[in-house]
Design a protein around this ligand. Structure first.
Ligand code: DHB
Ligand code: FE
Length: 280
């Protein structure tokens, strides 16, 4: 039986990817950020997931505004890094897990969550920067990855509760897959940031810290937070945080906090990072 053993939350700023790719991780601006992921790299080297179910958002790289799926599951066996304007990042292609992804699609759709099935797409910084933060710069990513894209770019995004319940359905799907696999689920994006308009540069440390507390201890209550509150308090791109509720919904009600890190700023963003383990 496949099991979800742990959840990871992390921000996904493109400048973090550029710092890694250009060898700047020890620069004074970046070192405190990357220090916060040293534990995580050791932890994941020991945890050795077979598959990461990676919840992220596409930033108009794979999906233009012509078609914007609310939830899209990557069922391909390979995903190349997208060109976001400076050429594709020099990172390995992502190997998918088509059998497990198709099983999850079937199970989750039969539980009344309508997913879009993607058999061909490129993946942008939303997916590759979290991989780089957790795994560093290997020649090949050490596990398979199922990309799961959530619309947080074009209004309306899915509600927090929809995301939280979807996480529970994903867990049921994974645990009904008849192969012995160690599966992690990652929720990416956030924390507070706003990239445009009069409030560009907005950071809200108090909101972010409370979000981390509530995500750990009372996610069902956090899931009732309306969109407007995310946007008002965490900025227009702070809505990316709803994706963390998918990750949290797939874990036990009580979790073990292995690591918690918060750093401001990385580019225009407050970076938050959690490693949560299922006790069972
Ligand atoms: C930044 C953050 C993001 O989440 C993103 O998608 C793009 C840019 C930033 O802080 O620069
Ligand atoms: Fe983003």
């Amino acid at each position: 039986m496949a099991r979800i053993t742990a959840g990871v939350a992390t921000s996904h700023v493109p400048a973090i990817g550029a710092a890694i790719d250009q060898g700047k991780t020890r620069d004074p601006y970046w070192a405190p950020l990357f220090d916060g992921y040293e534990f995580s790299k050791r932890w994941i080297a020991a945890a050795k997931p077979d598959v990461v179910f990676l919840v992220y958002n596409d930033h108009a790289s794979a999906f233009s505004l012509d078609i914007v799926p609310t939830f899209a599951i990557g069922c391909a066996d390979r995903f190349e890094p997208a060109d976001e304007g400076w050429g594709p990042r020099p990172v390995p292609d992502v190997n998918g897990a088509p059998e497990l992804a198709s099983h999850i699609a079937q199970s989750v759709i039969e539980s009344d969550f309508d997913l879009t099935i993607i058999n061909n797409m490129k993946v942008d910084h939303g997916l590759t920067v979290p991989l780089s933060l957790m795994f560093g710069q290997p020649n090949a990513w050490p596990c398979k990855v199922i990309p799961f894209a959530v619309n947080v770019v074009l209004y309306p995004p899915p509600s927090g509760n929809r995301c939280y319940q979807l996480g529970k359905a994903i867990r049921r799907a994974v645990t009904s897959f008849d192969h012995d696999l160690n599966v992690q689920i990652w929720g990416t994006g956030g924390m507070s940031h706003q990239l445009q308009g009069p409030r560009a540069g907005l950071i809200n440390k108090a909101f972010d810290q409370q979000y981390l507390d509530r995500l750990i201890s009372n996610p069902a209550d956090l899931a009732t937070m309306p969109h407007l509150q995310y946007v008002r308090e965490a900025g227009s791109e702070g809505i990316e945080l709803v994706m963390w509720l998918i990750m949290r919904g797939a874990l036990d009600e009580r979790v073990v906090v292995r690591h918690r890190f918060y750093h401001v700023p990385a580019s225009n963003t407050a970076v938050g990072h959690l490693i949560l383990e299922n006790p069972t």
